[in-house]
Design a protein around this ligand. Structure first.
Ligand code: ADP
Length: 417
């Protein structure tokens, strides 16, 4: 570790509203995303009905290098102490009304967000074998918040739970059944909070009831996944037992022939750990082009860099193939929806994907595709057989609103003094 690194600030708070501007008739909800060595948070302001207040992000921040020697942040409880100070500086005497936590893995136990009890925290810890880096950190975050704010109702929102509606033919691998029954090896799927939110927003934008919505949602960020939606619910998704499966991502390979792994180990001397690093951290756009970031890959391709052009071809081809497959899975998609960093912002990548969907009768309007904005919008041509939408996602917003819904349902609001 360099001196520059060890003296770097471990916390970054970005206050966006000053305390006196906060009206009393709103609710403040803390949103927490605990990684293995980081903790991201937002304090969001909601109306009593659980809608976003006009400027909903009151403050947000990030604590990094938790548990790293010399960082001054020994564990998630210590991180929360920093967060509490940062929050107090912004909200003054106002009290938090609830906390919502993102948890990566809810296994088969959690089909929906849940109010946190000791039993729920233990259940999240028991699921650690499925998400060894993430679930223990989330459990620590939950305990740390409970310690800091003992009366605060907490809600957990899982990346997996939206996909628990998948039918067995979509989630079961063609492996001996004991692998599922004894080890829980099956498709779980991830990014569920985003796929769920975007499904609802897309249906609303098209003037459809959610339960009438059949379509394909493409969440394209550093991690990327496609989800097949039928009657407003997830019936299949491209990520699997872990978030490594499916699409070409920033640094993850997505689908590969599983025999490559054994081959690398038995013939080329890789350790299991090296293969894991290769597939998760050194593959995808990075492995193909030298850049994990879509913007840079597009710029390099534009400048004539061959490997970057090829990376875009592979990524867009893979994605188009999934869209075709999910068009069949949902019984005919009524919408194709792009979201997350690349899906929302990268018109050139969307164009590359949509150009491949001509056999489905999909055509897009180049001017609409170039438009930018924070609201859901249609980018397909009027004559397109399937409307194509861009729908911005906001997982923190979704988590805060889900926390409100659950606390309201369970009547668990803290007593005001
Ligand atoms: P995460 O999965 O970490 O939440 P994001 O959803 O923020 O990631 O997506 C990050 C990706 O979005 C990066 O590949 C980045 O290059 C891409 N991205 C963001 N803005 C643009 C843009 N204007 N054009 C192209 N790609 C973009």
């Amino acid at each position: 570790m360099t001196d520059a690194m060890s003296s770097a600030p471990v916390t970054t708070a970005i206050p966006t509203v000053s305390a006196r501007e906060l009206p009393e008739e709103t609710l403040l909800v803390l949103v927490v995303n605990s990684g293995s060595s980081s903790l991201k948070y937002q304090v969001r302001e909601l109306t009593l009905d659980g809608e976003d207040a006009p400027d909903p992000v009151v403050t947000k921040g990030l604590v990094e290098r938790i548990g790293v020697p010399g960082s001054g942040v020994a564990d998630h409880a210590a991180a929360l102490a920093h967060v509490e100070e940062e929050i107090a500086a912004v909200i003054g005497d106002r009290r938090l009304a609830a906390a919502g936590h993102r948890v990566v893995h809810g296994g088969e136990r959690f089909h929906a967000p849940a109010l946190v009890t000791n039993e729920v925290i233990r259940a999240i810890e028991r699921l650690a074998p499925l998400a060894p880096l993430h679930n223990p950190a989330a459990a620590q975050g939950l305990r740390a918040v409970a310690q800091r704010w003992p009366d605060l109702p907490q809600v957990v929102v899982f990346d997996t739970s939206f996909h628990q509606s998948m039918p067995r033919e979509a989630w079961q691998y063609a492996l001996p059944d004991e692998l599922y029954t004894e080890h829980g090896i099956r498709r779980y799927g991830f990014h569920g909070t985003s796929h769920d939110l975007v499904t609802g927003l897309a249906a609303r934008h098209l003037g459809m009831e959610r339960r009438a919505f059949d379509g394909v949602i493409l969440h394209l960020g550093n991690g990327a996944s496609a989800t097949a939606i039928r009657h407003g619910r997830s019936i299949d998704t491209s990520m699997g037992y872990t978030p490594l499966a499916g699409l070409v991502m920033g640094t993850r390979s997505g689908d590969v022939d599983p025999s490559i792994i054994t081959h690398l180990i038995t013939t080329h001397g890789y350790t299991a750990e090296q293969v894991d690093t290769l597939l998760n951290k050194e593959s995808g756009l990075l492995g193909l082009s030298g850049n994990a970031d879509m913007r840079q890959v597009l710029e390099a391709a534009e400048a004539g860099h061959r490997a970057s052009r090829q990376a875009l071809k592979i990524a867009s081809y893979r994605l188009a193939k999934y869209i075709g497959a999910y068009h069949v899975a949902v019984g005919g998609a009524k919408a194709i929806v792009f979201t997350a960093g690349i899906g929302e912002n990268s018109a050139p990548f969307r164009a590359r994907v949509l150009d491949r969907l001509e056999p489905l009768g999909v055509t897009y309007d180049p001017a609409r595709n170039m438009e930018r904005g924070d609201d859901p919008r249609v980018i397909s041509a009027d004559a397109s057989a399937i409307p194509v939408l861009v729908v911005p996602t906001d997982e923190e917003m979704a988590i805060s609103q889900l926390a409100h819904t659950v606390v309201e349902r369970e009547q668990a609001w803290p007593l005001q003094d």
